[in-house]
Design a protein around this ligand. Sequence first.
Ligand SMILES: *Cc1c(COP(=O)(O)O)cnc(C)c1O
Length: 429
Amino acid sequence: MEKHTLGFDTLQVHAGQHPDSETRSRCVPIYQTAAYSFRDAADASALFALEKTGNIYSRLTNPTNDVLEQRMAALDGGVGALAMASGHAAIFNTILNLAGAGDEIVSSICIYGGAVNLLGVTLGRLGIRTQFVDPDDLQAWEDAVTEKTRAFFVEVVGNPNANLADLAKIAEIAHRHGVPLIVDSTVTTPYLIRPFAHGADIAVYSATKFLGGHGTSVGGIVVDSGNFSFLDNPRFPLYNQPDPSYHGAVFARDFGNAAFILRLRTCLLRDGGACLSPFNAFLILQGVETLSLRMRQHSANALAVAAFLEKQPEVKAVHYPGLASSPYYALAQKYLPKGAGAVFTCELAGGREAAVRFIDALRLFSIVANVGDVRSLVIHPGTTTHGQLSDTQLAQSGIAPGTVRFSIGIEDPEDLLDDLKQALAKSAL
Ligand SMILES: *Cc1c(COP(=O)(O)O)cnc(C)c1O
């Protein structure tokens, strides 16, 4: 299948799959196996010595996962992808594939609360220091760079407040300093934006969300653009010195533009072991096949809900880049012409108590610590998903006591508006 000539809607159902040659199975089979039979002892030894390629063990490769990986690489226009056990596994291993003790990461502070912990606390214990910056403050990115910086990290649309990053400008700063830009595009997906067209080098996704799309399975994906050159880059001895654990390979020299994604599989997935189960890969593939259809409905519904909320007296502010009143509206026209996605917040004028009464009064919306389900979801970030953040971090992330986060589903928009109306009325009591 040719990668870049077919349209998105075609790629999402075809890329990466050829019907199974033995069974002619039309759909992607679930290869529910831990290991693969070697033809004989010589075959086994040749595979282990990298004299030929093939499946050895499902921690490293699996044919179901392979279809998902190839499909995501095609949708994003990358050189390769790797499925992982969760979105966090994708972020954690991506960082470990670039940085070690003594190194530094520069990250937006307006990110998923769990990722603030992952980067700020857990990686900190491993000796990797993350410097958090306001993503809109380009000078802050610039000023945070030191000799030890190994990557920039930003969410395309920040969770929860839907702030939109100026990717091209942030990428320009990263590249001027010889570091790659990692973007978490979980809430935008390859349908709403192809981050590599705007300078991002590596895209990570929680496949648990819109890619899987139905709230059934936890998974993650890393896609590599192949555009970042590690060769002779003084920040990356990791890619320019022989790897004692992998046949003495020098990744940047021996594997060209696939160095990053190959190292992620052959070193980090091999050693960290955060592989995706083929059953979850299958479920996520079912979601990917309807990604564009769902994202269109998610985005249209979210815009209708945001526009409605903005007019209600009980609502102090709505943070959605698809609204003309948003400070990110101009950027949204540039980066997200197909829609601004379905995850955003509003702030209730009545503060925390009103937010809690409102959430409890909703009937169609489920109170769930998840986004990207076909069903509409709601949560109070300050006391849940972002509950581990300090008061300062909460303020920096723009999370107020009255902040409510939505993930708008694909229901009939009239039904969502009716539900919101009755719940807002109760919130004001
Ligand atoms: C959920 C989420 C993650 C973490 O993904 P898991 O699959 O839950 O590990 C990372 N980033 C964003 C933006 C998310 O919404």
